[in-house]
Ligand binder design. Structure first.
Ligand SMILES: Nc1nc2c(ncn2[C@@H]2O[C@H](COP(=O)(O)OP(=O)(O)OP(=O)(O)O)[C@@H](O)[C@H]2O)c(=O)[nH]1
Ligand SMILES: [Mg+2]
Length: 211
């Protein structure tokens, strides 16, 4: 069966720590937020199927700037291909600074999330093996408070069995206080969740209409 949504290209566009450095061309944006090492950059690579598009590291704190990747997409039923940005955000909750338990996410992440008029939704990534941490809960609540649509993605689903997967997802929902919200299991290695995420992205892009 032909896939409903096909990514046709993926390309690095820009890195930014301030507005002036955002890409010139305005396109719909999908943001990726989550603690360092949760798998944001890996997810972008697996989604586009462009190897090493986003830099991945086993050491937390790899991505330090807001990185924009342009992707092309062919959506069944739409005449024209669409373009959008995948926006890789630096991880939060990484460094232990002095006595601080955790680091609040960088000011420039906040500036981006609040300032971008093209942001369609944010994928908030949480490692499926662990209970959400205080910084995850804080980030989620902050996004909700600011009316930024969130899709929760539970990463590294290849690390747990099927039963544990459902159990962990229930736990994530409980910690975030959203028993009804869906949480998408994702594995950048196996490709679990990829077509579901592409469907969500396609729906968001279709809302923009045919232009
Ligand atoms: N088993 C498994 N490992 C993964 C998966 N996704 C990422 N990893 C591993 O997790 C580590 C971190 O991945 P990154 O994609 O760099 O994580 P990140 O969220 O971009 O991290 P920062 O840029 O530091 O914020 C790497 O060693 C990846 O190989 C996955 O789906 N399954
Ligand atoms: Mg990264």
């Amino acid at each position: 069966m032909e896939e409903r949504v096909i990514i046709t290209r993926g390309k690095y566009i820009a890195s930014a720590v301030k507005k002036e450095q955002y890409p010139e061309e305005s396109l719909p944006e999908i943001g990726f937020a989550g603690r360092s090492n949760v798998g944001k950059s890996s997810l972008i690579n697996s989604l586009t199927r462009v190897k090493n598009l986003a830099r991945v590291s086993s050491q937390p704190g790899k991505t330090q700037t807001i990185n924009f990747y342009e992707a092309g997409v062919k959506i069944a039923g739409l005449e024209r291909r669409k373009s959008f940005y995948l926006v890789d955000l630096p991880g939060y909750g990484y460094a232990k600074v002095g006595k601080e338990q955790r680091k609040i996410w960088s000011k420039f992440i906040e500036e981006y999330l609040l300032g971008s008029s093209n942001l369609r939704f944010v994928c908030q990534l949480i490692d499926i093996r662990h209970e959400p941490m205080a910084s995850d809960v804080e980030m989620f609540q902050w996004l909700v408070q600011h009316d930024i649509p969130v899709l929760l993605v539970a990463t590294k689903s290849d690390k747990v069995g099927k039963n544990a997967c459902q159990k962990q997802i229930a736990q994530i929902r409980k910690c975030l206080g959203v028993r009804e919200l869906s949480v998408l299991p994702y594995s950048s290695i196996r490709g679990d969740g990829r077509s579901d995420l592409l469907d969500v992205i396609a729906d968001a892009l279709k809302e923009d209409g045919e232009d």
